[in-house]
Design a protein around this ligand. Structure first.
Ligand SMILES: [Zn+2]
Length: 535
């Protein structure tokens, strides 16, 4: 076999020499074809004008970084009417005009730079004998046109954070191929409309509830079936119940019923003791400040008030009442509790799945920790006849003072299957229902709706809406109106199995890529990484 064939060199190039200089293999190549074709008129010309040397990088050979020293030529174009007089010979698909590297070298760099941050890609490239610079990697990736993806017809659309709570973009995922097809700079209706306008083949759009995306889809893709996200539907139903509870503060503010756990009453006593301490401290602070203004010395104040000198000094220096706002140290998990509650309410009690979900959102705690934390919820709901697999009162899970009933908690009780509640909780809940029969009505309708969503029971939707309207409860009516406004999408959610799950997965991937780029990539760079990454 010829060495040229072995190295996959294009036809018309011969190896004339080689040498190793500074651990780099230099191959001396000569173009040998008897003629070259003019790039403009495609006429073959044997009339050589001159020759020159090109030095280009190529993929490694036998563990050596490889450099090609190519002696190539210029030709005359003698074709009448052709605008080009002199041209250089070409090696299409192997080496582009004026390029400093072969195409295969460039493709290798591109694959690396799309996989990770440029700095890391550069180190990796160097280990693989592909010497290059960060600038080159960045330029190569920036220049690469987006890949030819199949035209999406069913898409999921959601927002993602460039910077949490600061700047958001929109991600569009092909629900068939499960691939991100585009990233948009913001999450406004106008931007999404413009994108949809350029994609007339879209026939199905999965999205969150109402809002900007719904508006954009309606205006720019009226042909498409819209699907509301089922998870959001469940959440909205729960929120409706919680709003109702909040709007009936007497439900919660009433004297704690006698059946409230003793710990809850003790908690009220704790609170009042703490308030007294705070008041006493404020009073002392005022006295110290007054005496100081009157010119009294520190020992005098100590004697007058009977407090430690250190305290006097501290109060004199303080601008406001010191330590008047005792705060519990926030725990990392607190941020994820609302999400966990939602999931828990929706019936997801698997610790591993929940843990993976919140880790994807940035939670740094361990799975056993989450398991212990959730144990208190399990015991709250007291699964009868099934002892908790975890010790209940390890120090990390000691419930922080049992609270009086909150709207969130009452909502959760209402939405939980009765078999999951303890006898005490059930009795207490019945008491709430008796006190406010409307709460029971709300509970029955909304849990009915949740059931309907979980079972994707499209045929019962209209009946449910009518019954809910019949109740004339304003909160429920508001919820029903919301559904009616977004009826097609809600019906779509019950009719089609497509869901936002794929989109959520891709958003997690996007987050990973963003972190690999140290969170400072521009939209363009981020998009290149997302679209060109081989992973
Ligand atoms: Zn020509």
């Amino acid at each position: 076999m010829q060495a040229e064939t072995l190295l996959s060199l294009p036809h018309g190039i011969a190896i004339t020499d080689y040498q190793v200089i500074n651990d780099t293999l230099h191959l001396v190549l000569t173009a040998t074809a008897p003629f070259a074709r003019c790039p403009i008129c495609r006429t073959a010309s044997p009339a050589q004008h001159s020759h020159y040397q090109r030095s280009v990088r190529d993929v490694p050979c036998g563990g050596y970084p490889l450099r090609l020293q190519l002696r190539t030529r210029r030709f005359f174009c003698r074709q009448q009417g052709c605008t080009r007089r002199i041209f250089t010979e070409r090696f299409p698909a192997f080496l582009l005009p004026r390029a400093r590297m072969t195409e295969r070298f460039r493709e290798a760099l591109l694959a690396l730079s799309a996989t990770t941050a440029h700095e890391a890609a550069q180190r990796l490239a160097s280990l693989l004998h592909l010497p290059t610079s960060v600038t080159t990697l960045r330029r190569q990736l920036g220049r690469q046109p987006p890949p030819d993806l199949p035209v999406p017809t069913k898409i999921g659309i959601d927002d993602f954070a460039f910077r949490k709570r600061k700047r958001y973009g929109t991600v569009i995922v092909d629900l068939d191929s499960h691939r991100i097809v585009d990233l948009l700079a913001d999450r406004t209706s106008a931007t999404v409309e413009a994108w949809l306008g350029g994609h007339p083949h879209i026939c199905l759009i999965s999205r969150d509830r109402a809002g900007e995306y719904a508006q954009a889809a309606e205006r720019a893709a009226p042909q498409a079936v819209q699907i509301a996200d089922r998870f959001h539907l469940l959440m909205n139903a729960g929120e409706c119940l919680e709003r109702f509870i909040q709007r009936h503060p007497t439900l919660l503010r009433d004297e704690a019923p006698a059946t409230l756990p003793r710990s809850a009453r003790r908690c009220a006593a704790d609170r009042s003791a703490r308030n007294q301490r705070t008041q006493r401290r404020a009073e002392r602070y005022r006295q110290v400040q007054d005496y100081t203004r009157q010119g009294k010395s520190q020992p005098e104040i100590v004697r007058l008030l009977g407090i430690a000198r250190g305290t006097v000094i501290r109060y004199q220096r303080a601008e406001t009442v010191p330590g008047s706002a005792p705060r519990e140290r926030p725990r990392q998990i607190d941020r994820y509790v609302p999400y966990l509650r939602e999931q828990w309410e929706a019936g997801a009690h698997n610790v591993r799945i929940l843990w993976e979900a919140i880790v994807a959102q940035g939670f740094g705690g361990s799975r056993p920790y989450l398991g212990r934390y959730l144990t208190q919820w399990r015991t709250e709901s007291g699964r009868k006849g099934r002892p908790s697999p975890h010790p209940v009162l390890t120090p990390t899970v000691l419930p922080r003072r049992q609270r009086a009933m909150s709207a969130r908690r009452l909502r959760w009780w209402c939405c939980t299957d009765a078999s999951e509640l303890t006898a005490g909780e059930t009795a207490l809940l019945q008491e709430y229902y008796q006190r406010c029969p409307d709460l029971l009505t709300m509970q029955q309708h909304l849990t009915g709706f949740m059931q309907l969503v979980r079972q994707r029971d499209r045929s019962s939707l209209e009946g449910w809406l009518q019954q809910a309207e019949y109740t004339q409860l304003s909160d429920l009516l508001g919820f029903v109106q919301g559904i009616r406004r977004d009826f097609a999408a809600v019906a779509g959610a019950l009719e089609y199995a497509w869901s936002q799950g794929v989109v959520e997965g891709q958003i997690n991937r996007l987050k990973t890529i963003k972190r690999q780029l140290y969170g400072r990539a521009s939209l363009h760079v981020l998009k290149q990484h997302v679209l060109l990454s081989v992973a």
